[in-house]
Design a protein around this ligand. Structure first.
Ligand SMILES: Cc1ncc(C[n+]2csc(CCOP(=O)(O)OP(=O)(O)O)c2C)c(N)n1
Length: 353
């Protein structure tokens, strides 16, 4: 078992979960692999959606991988993570198997939440993932409340609260940030806000949504210290994430990071036309593809070569192919489970009168 701080007894660094993807190491090659796995997974589920195999809706993380990989590397067992609907990488990084995440997207009983949550509502409470939420901004007060609860229960755990740039224009954000700042004054709000500023909320750019485009600075209004980080550069994110997590844990106060990134993929799997942005703009950002950046650094340092890249690509492809096969072959939830898991506890709905 890994120790609390992620260090093994022999001084080496261990992985935190025995899940699909390792967190808790600072091994860049391992993190490169995590990013490739996420990219491959997202491409596969987008294909499945277009083949009509996935119902509901689906949003992928393509282009933003360095943000989740970097921040969740600083996750410690017992911490909590909450995010919106672009949540597949968070589940994978916190130890869910690709096949159970894929089966969830397919609405199958073998899925992470028994096929009842779908793409936008991934949960894995045992490993700290408190959702997956489809209502823009709706999870922000929940995350802030969880941070308060962690202090109230006298733990030294923290919440990593991921949110989109668009969510910052929701009333729920402002109410929750106000309370977070206030509770922080008495060291009762260990909440790290991580803004995944991917430049767009659906088809609307940040510039068309808010007069104040410096999103990090918005947190000043609520007495929450903040910074920006280049969300395409894994090493920069990693450095920032570890410092921010330590700071929140030690102070009991909230802190905010705006990770400047880009959604290379369409907003959702059915956003075919992308009329709100130009091909040139996408190409420009693709040149700063976070996977390419870290790959180049690793090649320059002699830690990656063609053979190793091919090996990683083959392995991750195989993992994802198996996940798709597993999801394809799994059964949907049985009809008699229609009302189970609706309320907490066993008997709340179908219990005796
Ligand atoms: C309360 C609410 N209003 C509108 C929507 C429709 N909607 C879905 S995604 C989205 C954009 C949100 O953008 P952002 O928070 O930046 O997240 P991103 O999709 O860029 O990751 C909107 C408006 C919603 N889901 N919930």
């Amino acid at each position: 078992m890994p120790a609390e701080n992620g260090q093994s007894e022999n001084g080496g660094v261990e992985t935190r979960n025995e899940g699909a993807v390792a967190t808790g190491t600072r091994d860049l090659v391992q993190m490169y692999r995590e990013m490739v796995l996420i990219r491959t997974f997202e491409e596969a589920c987008q294909r499945s959606f277009r083949q009509g195999k996935i119902g509901g809706y689906l949003h992928v993380y393509t282009g933003e991988e360095a943000v989740a990989v970097g921040f969740l590397n600083a996750y410690r067992e017992g911490d909590r993570v909450i995010t919106a609907y672009r949540d597949h990488p968070h589940a994978l990084l916190l130890g869910a198997e690709p096949k159970e995440v894929m089966a969830e997207l397919y609405g199958k009983r073998t899925g992470l939440v028994k096929g009842k949550g779908g793409s936008m509502h991934l949960f894995n409470v045992e490993h700290g993932l408190m959702g997956g939420y489809g209502i823009v901004g709706g999870h922000i007060p929940v995350g802030v409340g969880m941070a308060y609860a962690l202090k109230y229960e006298q733990t030294d755990h923290i919440v990593q609260l991921f949110l989109g740039d668009g969510a910052m224009s929701q009333g729920a954000f402002h109410e929750a940030a106000n309370l977070a700042g206030l509770w922080g004054k008495s060291e009762m709000c260990p909440c790290l806000f991580i803004v995944e500023n991917n430049q767009y909320g659906m088809g609307t750019s940040v510039e068309r949504t808010t007069a104040m485009t410096d999103l990090a600075a918005k947190f000043n209004s609520y007495g929450i210290e903040n910074e920006k980080v280049d969300g395409m550069d894994l090493e920069a994110v990693l450095e920032c994430a570890h410092q921010a997590v330590d700071r929140v844990r030690e102070s009991g106060k909230p802190y905010a990071v705006e990770a400047v990134t880009y959604r290379i993929a369409p907003h959702g799997a059915a956003d075919f036309f992308e009329k709100y942005r130009t091909k040139e703009e996408i190409q420009e950002w693709e040149e700063r593809d976070p996977i390419k950046i870290v790959e180049k650094k690793l090649r320059d340092a002699g830690d990656l070569d063609d053979d190793k890249v091919e090996e990683i690509e083959n392995e991750t492809k195989q993992q994802v192919d198996e996940a798709v096969k597993f999801a394809d072959e799994s059964e949907p939830p049985p009809e008699e489970e229609l009302y189970s898991d609706v309320y907490a506890g066993e008997d709340e709905y179908m219990g005796e009168e």
